[in-house]
Ligand binder design. Structure first.
Ligand code: PYR
Length: 377
C-alpha cells in the first residue's frame, strides 16, 4: 500500500468481531481470561488495548518501523524512550528542541543521573566530537522547534552507528508524510501526535516507533511499567485524525507556500526561518531527506516593530501554543513554548525574544494572508 492508502486502511482496518470499518473504541480496563495462568491476547488496558493497538500498528507502518507505542503526550513518549537508558549514560542532544523537552532533560532526567551534551546538530564534526565513552544515543529534532534547523539524519545516524550508539529523532514537525527517519538510519522516532498527526487540536498524545526488536521489547515493558499510556477514546480520535494526514499536509503545504511568498515581499518582515527557502542553511539537506518542507514558519519583524502588538492584532489566526492543527496558530516561543528555557541559553541558541512561530493551517490562504496583512499595517 502507498502512504495515503495506508493512512486509511492501515492499523487494524477492520474489527475482527463485527467487521466495523472504523476501529471500535474498546472502553474496557480489563478483559475476561478463560483460563488461569494462560497467555491471553488482552488482559489489562495499560498493558494493551485493541483500540490503542490499532493506532500503534498504524504509526509503525507509516514510519516503516516494526513496533509502535502510544502515550498520553509527546513528553510521555520522550520520557519512556529516555527510560530505556540508565544512570551514568550520556546523550548528545540537539541545541534547538521544544521547551518541554529541554525542561524534561534538565529538570527531570538529569536528577536521575542521565548526562547530556548539547550540540548544534547541523555541525557533524561537533556531533562526533561530543560522543564520549559513556554515550548511548543522539537525540534531536529535524526540522527543529522553533528555528526549523535541519539535521542530516543519514549522516548523524552513520556517525552514531560507527560508535555503536542509537539515533533518536523527534519527527513531529515533518510527520511521516514528509520524512521517515527510520529509513535514513535512525533507530527510534518520537512524535507529539497532538500536532499534525491528530491534526484537529482536540487530542494530546505521543507516539514512539522503532525497527529494533530489542528496543521494541524494552519499550513495551517500559510503557506497561511506567503506565503513561494513551486511553482508548484518545487512541480512536488520533487514528481518526491520522486518516486525513496526507490530504491535510497537501493543503498545509500549498498554504505555507503562499504565506512564504507573502512574507518575503512584505516590508515589515525581517529574517524568515523556513527550510524551503533556497538560501536557508538546511535547504539542501531538507531537499534530500524530506518530501516537502512543511507548514511551520518562524520569522522576525523588522527592527523597531512590536511582535506583541502584531500577534495580539490577529483576528483569524489564534495566538496559542501547539501547532499542526487545521487552524492557523501563532506564538512567541520566548514567552510561550520555550519559556522554560533560561533567557541566556535561549538567546545563545538563536531564539530571540521577538521570534514569531506560525503554524499555517488549512483555511483559504487568502484569509490567512489578509489577517497577517491587517495585523502588520
Ligand atoms: C509547541 O507548541 O511547540 C508544543 O509542543 C506545545
Amino acid at each position: 500500500m502507498k502512504f495515503n492508502t495506508q493512512l486509511i486502511h492501515g492499523g487494524n482496518s477492520e474489527d475482527p468481531v463485527t467487521g466495523a470499518v472504523s476501529t471500535p473504541i474498546y472502553r474496557s480496563s480489563t478483559f475476561h481470561q478463560h483460563v488461569l495462568g494462560g497467555e491471553p491476547k488482552w488482559e489489562y488496558s495499560r498493558t494493551g488495548n485493541p483500540t490503542r493497538a490499532s493506532l500503534e500498528k498504524l504509526i509503525a507502518e507509516l514510519e516503516q518501523g516494526t513496533a509502535g507505542f502510544a502515550f498520553a503526550s509527546g513528553s510521555a513518549a520522550i520520557h519512556a524512550v529516555f527510560s530505556l537508558f540508565s544512570q551514568g549514560d550520556h546523550f548528545v542532544v540537539g541545541s534547538d528542541v521544544y521547551g518541554g523537552t529541554f525542561r524534561l532533560i534538565n529538570k527531570v532526567l538529569k536528577r536521575f543521573g542521565l548526562e547530556f551534551t548539547v550540540v548544534d546538530m547541523r555541525d557533524l564534526a561537533a556531533v562526533a566530537d561530543a560522543i564520549q565513552d559513556n554515550t548511548v544515543a543522539v537525540y534531536f529534532e529535524t526540522p527543529t522547534n522553533p528555528l526549523l534547523q535541519i539535521a542530516d539524519i543519514q549522516a548523524v545516524a552513520t556517525i552514531a552507528k560507527n560508535h555503536g550508539i542509537k539515533t533518536i529523532v523527534d519527527n513531529t514537525f515533518a510527520t511521516p508524510y514528509n520524512q521517515q527517519p527510520l529509513t535514513l538510519g535512525a533507530d527510534i522516532v518520537v512524535h507529539s501526535a497532538t500536532k499534525y498527526l491528530g491534526g484537529h487540536s482536540d487530542v494530546v498524545a505521543g507516539l514512539a516507533v522503532t525497527n529494533d526488536e530489542q528496543v521494541a521489547e524494552q519499550l513495551a515493558f517500559l510503557q506497561n511499567s511506567i503506565g503513561s499510556t494513551l486511553g482508548p477514546d484518545d487512541s480512536w480520535l488520533l487514528q481518526r485524525g491520522m486518516k486525513t494526514l496526507g490530504a491535510r499536509m497537501r493543503v498545509h503545504q500549498e498554504n505555507a507556500d503562499a504565506v512564504i511568498e507573502f512574507l518575503q515581499k512584505d516590508p515589515h518582515i525581517g529574517k524568515i526561518y523556513y527550510p524551503g527557502l533556497k538560501d536557508f542553511s538546511g535547504h539542501e539537506v531538507a531537499t534530500k531527506q524530506m518530501r516537502n518542507f512543511g507548514a511551520m514558519i518562524s520569522f522576525e519583524l523588522q527592527a523597531g516593530l512590536d511582535a506583541k502588538k502584531f500577534v495580539e492584532s490577529l483576528q483569524l489566526i489564534d495566538l496559542a501554543e501547539s501547532l499542526g492543527g487545521i487552524e492557523s496558530l501563532i506564538e512567541v516561543p520566548a514567552v510561550m513554548t520555550h519559556g522554560s528555557i533560561p533567557r541566556e541559553i535561549r538567546l545563545a541558541n538563536g531564539i530571540k525574544d521577538e521570534l514569531i512561530r506560525l503554524s499555517v493551517g488549512i483555511e483559504d490562504p487568502e484569509d490567512i494572508i489578509a489577517d497577517l496583512q491587517q495585523a502588520l499595517n
